[in-house]
Design a protein around this ligand. Structure first.
Ligand code: SF4
Length: 216
């Protein structure tokens, strides 16, 4: 499988991305309460959100960390852009569009440590099954020959300048930007994510024992 070498045709890249949209000013009192905390973010690219749910599997232990960390961009907070530099960024999912590429590159620029979470981020996972097909064949299968196509309705393939441009294949994150750590699994255990956060909060180098890794 060939790697990503920046060759994807992104000539039709949109001029504006979600993290570039005007942001609503955060509450000043809230911002003051977050001063000095370790900033953490998590983004989802092409995945199923199962890895993001593993973050929730940290359960009540997350509360014990919240006096030391603050979670910025994430599906928990619904923050669409990183409002400041983060100590650590978790990434779920592989890279499958021009917007994914730009989002991941922006995340890389704004996170000290970047971690691929789960099989999709690490090697493409289930979404990379499409790598054996052309984009045209994938779209045809999804929108024209789909089992959910409604009889009597003319099927169309969505095509609009505002839609992200699909890349020719799903790329693992490390083929697009440098990733610092890998948390294998589909999804990884919440325990592994908690271990990373706990190391971070306590000023230890991130050190995940092999026994905490999952490969199923
Ligand atoms: S690795 Fe598994 S759980 Fe995580 S996003 Fe991919 S399919 Fe979902």
């Amino acid at each position: 499988m060939s790697g990503y070498h920046g060759h994807e045709d992104t000539s039709a890249v949109k001029a504006e991305y979600s993290h570039e949209l005007p942001k609503t000013p955060a509450d000043a009192a809230f911002l003051a309460s977050q001063e000095g905390k370790i900033r953490v973010s998590m983004i989802g690219l092409v995945g199923c959100w199962g890895c993001t749910l593993s973050l929730l599997d940290v359960d009540e232990r997350l509360f014990s960390l919240l006096d030391k960390i603050t979670i910025l961009r994430s599906s928990l907070t619904d923050i669409k852009r990183i409002p400041g530099r983060c100590a650590v960024g978790f990434v779920e999912g592989g890279v499958g569009s021009d917007e994914n590429i730009e989002t991941l590159e922006h995340f890389r620029e704004n996170c000290d440590v970047l971690i691929s979470v789960g099989a999709c981020a690490i090697w493409g996972g289930v979404p990379s099954l499409r790598n054996t097909l052309s984009v045209a064949d994938c779209l045809k299968e999804a929108y024209i020959d789909s089992a959910s196509t409604v009889a009597g309705v003319i099927p169309i393939i969505p095509d609009h300048p505002d839609l992200p441009k699909i890349t020719s294949k799903i790329y693992p994150c490390h083929e697009v930007v440098k990733m610092d750590y890998f948390l294998p699994g589909c999804p990884p255990d919440g325990d592994a994510i908690f271990k990373v956060l706990d190391d971070l909060v306590n000023g230890r180098p991130i050190d995940l024992p092999t026994s905490m890794n999952r490969y199923d």
